[in-house]
Design a protein around this ligand. Structure first.
Ligand code: EPZ
Length: 417
């Protein structure tokens, strides 16, 4: 039986992309900042935010908590003055992992929060035990009921949390839960650029947060509204670089966050890609067939897991055998099955993937099983011979105006339904 999908994309491969694209604002920076507006207790403006499906879901959750949210010219206006803690229903929280990020800010503001266990991309187990451990270390009580309802309540009287493992979401949640405690610190914190963006937003909202190191420090302060600029999406920027390379094209990617993508850019250079830094843009020049590569994913500043499927798509046509170790998510290999339908040769041994490059992929009927799998299949299809039919229900969760932007650089894509 075919998996459910909401649109069918017909992609004609083999056309070298050429031209300029601008990177959209970051989904994974915006989602926690939307949750953090709860702490501002007033009007906030998140400029340059774009209406991705995950963002629309997060906005709907904010509204159910009582926030006023309006899309405005070039961003979102949120007023969280009248927010109150309440359960908002599994049909929404089940759609995305980031729904769990409301726990931290609600706890800091009201001393209680309830949610259903979150959903999200099926790329591994993705428990929330480190989030709960962080809340408990702060002094809160936690309870997860059999039906998956999570309750956290009490008083956050402690100031130091040592997270059991490095996690983006747990760091964000516990940072927000500790925000109202002057002198608080979160140890063993993740250092992703999205954590830095959240720290900057929390500082705008009055809390003096320093993030980006393995220790997050909180000076504390009084809540206030404020304006926050959402930074460029590093994963989307990387997807664009891969799309130009897969088609043997050349282009200029404006708003390429160089310092957030060092590991990714260095890997492509090692494979023989011709890339040049041009101010805040990356130039992708006409490149030879890539060499096989060996790399592992890891927490920032190591190679980002979200770009692993996308680089896998590129390596299906590289010269020789590549080896990838997926260190973050235990089942992030679904894209390899789908790429196999297009003629890619790969083997999965637990978390280690071997990809033997072939000269050419052939268009085929494929399905996106998660967001980055969808992006990887688009990259592969653009560089393949013939037509690919992609059954998709994920790409619009994270890529804004993707099809129009691809068309603007010469891709032939049709939305068939
Ligand atoms: C964030 O997910 C991103 N999502 C993911 O992007 C990204 O892949 C991931 O970070 C890693 O960079 C958002 O920002 C909304 P983690 P998150 O907690 O926070 C384990 C995309 O495609 N862990 O850093 O859920 C976990 O199972 C998405 O845009 C626990 O064991 O990731 C995983 O193995 C997909 N217990 C590892 O840590 C916990 O309590 C890293 O996960 C929490 C995490």
């Amino acid at each position: 039986m075919l998996p459910s999908f909401e649109r069918l994309l017909k992609i004609r491969g083999g056309i070298p992309l050429k031209g300029e694209v601008r990177v959209q604002p970051s989904k994974n920076a915006l989602l926690p900042i939307l949750a953090a507006t709860v702490l501002a207790e007033g009007p906030c403006r998140l400029s340059s935010a774009v209406p991705l499906r995950d963002v629309e879901n997060m906005v709907e959750m904010l509204r159910r908590f009582g926030a006023k949210v309006e899309w405005c010219d070039g961003g979102i206006e949120v007023d969280t003055t009248d927010v109150h803690p309440q359960t908002i229903g599994r049909e929404l929280t089940g759609k995305m992992r980031a729904s769990v990020l409301f726990l931290g800010p609600l706890l800091a503001r009201f001393g209680e929060a309830t949610t259903d266990l979150p959903g999200g991309c099926r790329i591994g187990e993705r428990p929330i035990d480190w989030h709960l451990s962080g809340f408990e270390q702060l002094g809160y009580e936690t309870k997860v009921e059999d039906e998956g309802v999570v309750h956290v309540w009490g008083e956050g009287k402690n100031r130091v949390v040592h997270l059991p493992g490095v996690s983006v979401g747990a760091t964000e949640n516990v940072m927000m839960a500790s925000c109202t405690q002057a002198g608080a610190s979160v140890l063993n914190a993740a250092r992703e650029p999205e954590i830095v963006a959240l720290g900057n937003a929390l500082s705008r909202f009055g809390f003096g947060v320093t993030a980006g190191d393995s220790e997050v420090q909180i000076a504390g302060g009084k809540p206030r509204g404020g304006e926050v600029e959402i930074p460029s999406d590093r994963i989307v920027a990387g997807t664009w670089a891969a799309a130009f390379l897969a088609t043997g094209g050349e282009g200029r990617i404006v708003g390429y966050p160089h310092k957030d993508l060092r590991a990714f850019t260095a890997l492509l250079l090692e494979g023989g890609a011709r890339l040049e830094e041009d101010g805040d843009a990356l130039l992708v020049l006409k490149s030879p067939r890539l060499k096989a590569l060996k790399f592992g994913t890891g927490a920032f500043p190591a190679f980002p897991t979200d770009l692993q499927p996308i680089v896998s798509a590129l390596l299906t046509k590289a010269r020789g055998k590549s080896r990838i170790v997926e260190n973050l998510f235990e089942s992030r290999s679904n894209h390899l099955n789908e790429l196999g339908r297009m003629g890619a040769r790969s083997w999965v041994d637990n978390r280690t993937f071997t990809i033997e490059g072939v000269k050419q992929l052939q268009g085929a009927l494929v399905s996106s099983t998660d967001l980055r799998c969808g992006a990887a299949l688009v990259v592969a299809a653009l560089g393949a011979c013939g037509e690919t039919l992609l059954q998709d229900r994920h790409i619009s969760r994270g890529y804004h105006g993707f099809i129009a932007s691809l068309e603007s650089v010469g891709a032939q894509i049709e939305v068939c339904r």
